[in-house]
Design a protein around this ligand. Sequence first.
Ligand SMILES: [Zn+2]
Length: 326
Amino acid sequence: MMNLNSVVLGIDLGGTKILSAAVDRQGKVLCRDLTPTPVASGHPGVIEAIKESAGRAIGHKPFDTKAVGLAAAGLVESAGGIVHTSPNLPGWTDVSITQELARTFGKPVFIINDAHAAAIGELKYGAGRGCRHFIFITLSTGIGGGLVLDGKIYEGFSGFGGEIGHMVIDDDGPECACGNRGCWEMLASGKALEREARRRIASGEPTSILSYCRPEPERAQIDCLNAKTIHTAAVNGDILALELIKRHAYYVGVGLANIVNIFNPERVIIGGGLSNIGDLLLKPAIEEAARRAFKQPFKGVRFMKAELGADAGVIGAAALAWNHVM
Ligand SMILES: [Zn+2]
């Protein structure tokens, strides 16, 4: 009889892409499939796309698939296997996704919020190894968080804990999709950096930022700028880009100080696309946090870059599934 490789299937369901991967017990991705999320076809279409993507990832390879882990953005109830709402998946309300996938795959299926998944992934395979108290932050289009307290992911009473992106930093700040004003993600996410850059450029400030944007068909050039182009301009000495990142670092730091004061973590692990700006953003952010946080908890904390990168969601979902496999 052929010797089968034991794997779990990890799936990262995002608003633009579905990533499916066979992941072994060491957290290694053995094979993968990346496919666009057919958001417009609603949850039946998306669930179908997940099944097809998983089929392509696993194919006819000699795997013994033990379980399935699914990471999704939004308010996700792990225990019931339900996606309540998701900012990336318009029209999804209380979708029981795990039941249907379990019927298809004939395996147990576990679901978790994508930032929580990434935190579990970092705990098991990344920058959180051997650490009992850390806060994982993803600085991305939005801001997500995963709390690892006493060696375990902390999901809260009903599973919705860790929404650090919606702590209010400025109660008179820009309006957030959640209905509040001045949430951390409205001031310190990639979206916020881009919004501020557009505002300053539109008001006529001199800058080279737009010259680093790749033009896209049917889009104004100013709509093509992103955190990466602002970063590139800053590295090349653009005054406005440097100022934008400095201002952004201030808001990142205000949030970090709150996190240090509330949780007294051993590590703060920072991932997401904005973390690629590196020291230019993180150094002044940590300095701002130092000015604001209590000295004692701040002294002990280490700020670290996440290690799992763009695979954090899928590896974390797989880590969750492995946790349920004997
Ligand atoms: Zn909010």
